[in-house]
Design a protein around this ligand. Sequence first.
Ligand code: OGA
Ligand code: MN
Length: 339
Amino acid sequence: MESVDNFKGIFKYYKSNKPKPSFDDVISLVDPSKLTDKVSKMTLSNITEDNRAALLGLRKTNEWELYSFHDHPGLFLIKNPFTALGQRYWIRKCLETYPRKPNKLNIDIETLLPDWWAKCFETGQCNRQLQKKLRWTTLGYHHNWDTKIYTDENKTPFPEDLAELSDVVAKYLGYSCFRAEAAIVNYYHMDSTLSAHTDHSEVNLEAPLFSFSFGQTAIFLIGGKDKSREPSAILVNSGDVMIMSKEARLCYHAVPKILSSELSPWDDKEDLCLISDDDTLLRFISDKTLLVSSMNKNYKDSVWTKFRDYMKESRINMNVRQVLNETQNSLTDYHFNDT
Ligand code: OGA
Ligand code: MN
């Protein structure tokens, strides 16, 4: 059968500046009551609060709003479950920490920088040109953009804090066995796009994919298993968490447009408060005191200036995946259950 690319037309439509697209068909969860034919608000079932959540910048689940999409079974969106301080923490991590070695960066082929963010401020002023060059960082099992194959050799330790965050969110959604093993951190500027693709490199394609977004708003397109299906457009705002599971896990998706948002939830003064250490047990993070201080050091507006400036015209997306099957410890490990 001849397959038609209906995805491309919609991508081009939303990417276009001239003429400007209409947003009438874009699903926005800012006022979901208008969208009863497209989305449903779900309740998180049988939830026991996880004490780790507050230390990771997450709100209590009674404040969470979880949505499912009628035309996209398996796709879910949690409307910003982060506190203002939580957003600041994760944004700062993506800028200051994750681009450090041994993690891999798109700019490695040009210049191997041990610390990209520090380099951007080396002269005392901000090197915007260098700042704009960073488009992605990979963590854990490094995504190979050419072969699309993960290997045990091309792997570095996955950040403990992001593993902890993913574990908490996954458990709330009922995925008790999820393991964060690979992540792509995408950095978007106002003119960046991400073309239509599926994420199919992982050995384990049953495990869900968790996508955390911060900064400016994206139009996110999601279609079907091939490009013949016209995609739906969804607005993804700062703090939103998308979950691609089941049927949605292997669907084509893309980001044709970044839009300036009027909101900056990381600066929401009413919401900004320090966290306190308690007797919570963490699963992945070895130094809890360090986590608490790394979180709280973002409280003062003045220390956050550099990050705020960057986020004014950027979007960051942390795309977290499980690579291995539950019974595997490495890619060469085949402990299949069906002996
Ligand atoms: C990806 C991806 C989507 C986004 O990294 O594979 O699809 O929202 N990112 O940036
Ligand atoms: Mn993707």
